[in-house]
Design a protein around this ligand. Structure first.
Ligand code: S3P
Length: 424
């Protein structure tokens, strides 16, 4: 499907964006290996999270997907069954990396595969630490999916994270639940901590002392109800749009504002953006708030260091906003962008370039010239949901029409994205 977007002014209204993708995945996975029921409200019914549901169903877990809630009938730490088919993770890096930690420790073998994009995403980052724990994972494709996993008895390890990755950290933590002895992870740069928060909520024993994360195995986890907050990574498209589309005022309700995820808000504030968090509260251990945004005059900034993992998925749309800022914006230390659903340094530079943007790709990020006028153009999503939505935001400030090719990949994380944009 192609989607055409035209220039807009005055985005106004109050919206509620869909549930957090990271938290939705985790609620299904942890609910499956917990004893008893986990009722999930606000679950993101995007393709990625549905892939996670599909995998756990094949592992013998009964999961009911209703209109307003998902119910996982968990079977406890020893309750998964050998799958009779290959587990299909679709496009989802979170599914394949996290589930590998669980499957490595089962008393059965399994095989994981996904789409063409997943077969290009590095898996050695989980294979290496899990192997140190005693896992046996074979990649028939040089470190990429498909993965064949032989279930083994695992042991706890001490491991220092070579890159800040919540997926890798979570994979090790999940394996640690089944391992003999403690597992200690040194995390020099913090990544999102939804796994630690939710596993502890389900009864695990995971402590983080200044970046040293210790997991001590427990007998069982217990199912709990989870209210999934709105995804700040999805809210980011509307935050950026609200800042750069003239005469806009948007309120985004019920957004997860866990401090490991709010780099985008800090970055926009540093640029002079009006982004205000109101009505802050806590749910299931996670911070939640409403976000108010008004059109602002942005000034260029430099993103580097520890803020990068705190906004890694938001950098594509951040780049769009930086095009409207006064001055030159630098994004550094962001080489992880190259191994997302697409190489986002390359794909964003290329596609925004077609609209007249001047962006220089660097080894670890990009240099974005601000104060630019964009022209409507035909751009390609590269089948990357966040590239498609970022191009749509760019289309709102470009002269003429912008057509996004293969625009329906937004279904991965935000099935109603275009409808919501239209509503505003
Ligand atoms: C995620 C972690 C991040 C993020 C991804 C979701 C998670 O990936 O980009 O969209 O749910 O743990 P990395 O762990 O590879 O940084």
């Amino acid at each position: 499907m192609n989607k055409t977007i035209s220039r807009k002014t005055g985005l106004k209204g109050t919206i509620k964006i869909p549930g957090d993708k990271s938290i939705s995945h985790r609620a299904v996975m942890f609910g499956s290996i917990a004893k008893g029921d986990t009722e999930i409200t606000g679950f993101l019914k995007g393709d990625d999270c549905m892939s996670t549901i599909g995998c756990f169903k094949k592992l013998g877990i009964d999961i009911e997907v209703g209109k307003d809630k998902v119910t996982v009938h968990g079977k406890g730490l020893k309750g998964l069954k050998a799958p009779v088919e290959i587990l299909d993770v679709g496009n989802s890096g979170t599914t394949i990396r996290l589930i590998s930690g669980i499957l490595s420790a089962q008393n059965f073998d399994s095989e994981l595969n996904g789409d063409a994009s997943i077969q290009k995403r590095p898996m050695k980052r989980v294979i290496n630490p899990l192997s140190l724990m005693g896992a046996e994972i074979e990649s028939t494709n040089g470190g990429y999916a498909p993965l064949k996993i032989k279930g083994k008895k695992l042991k706890g390890i001490e491991y220092t994270m070579p890159v800040a990755s919540a997926q890798v950290k979570s994979s090790i933590l999940l394996a640690s639940l089944f391992a003999e002895g403690k597992t200690v992870i040194n995390e020099p740069v913090a990544s999102r901590d939804h796994t630690e928060i939710m596993l502890n909520y389900f009864g695990a024993d995971i402590k983080n002392e200044k970046g040293v994360i210790t997991s001590t195995p427990v007998e069982e986890l217990y199912g709990k109800n989870i209210e999934v907050p709105g995804d700040i990574s999805s809210a980011a498209f509307f935050i950026a749009a609200g800042l750069i589309v003239p005469n806009s005022h948007i309120i985004i309700e019920n957004v997860g504002i866990n401090p490991t995820r709010t780099g985008i808000i800090d970055a926009f504030k540093a640029m002079g953006g009006y982004v205000n968090i109101i009505n802050e509260r806590k749910s299931g251990g996670e911070l939640v708030g409403d976000i108010e945004v008004k059109t602002s005059h942005l000034k260029a900034t430099t993103l580097e260091g520890s803020i990068i993992p705190r906004m890694i998925d938001e950098i594509p749309v951040f780049a769009v906003a930086a095009l409207c800022a006064e001055g030159t914006t630098y994004v550094k230390d962001a080489e992880e962008l190259k191994v997302k659903e697409s190489n986002r340094i390359a794909t964003m530079s290329q596609e925004l370039g077609k609209m007249g943007a001047v962006i220089t790709e660097t080894e670890d990020g990009m240099i974005i010239e601000g104060g630019q006028r964009l022209k409507g153009s035909t751009v390609y999503s590269h089948l990357d949901h966040r590239v498609a939505m970022s191009c749509a935001v760019a289309g709102l400030i470009a002269g003429g029409a912008t057509t996004i090719e293969e625009a329906d990949c937004v279904g991965i994380s935000f099935p109603d994205f275009y409808e919501m944009l239209e509503k505003l």
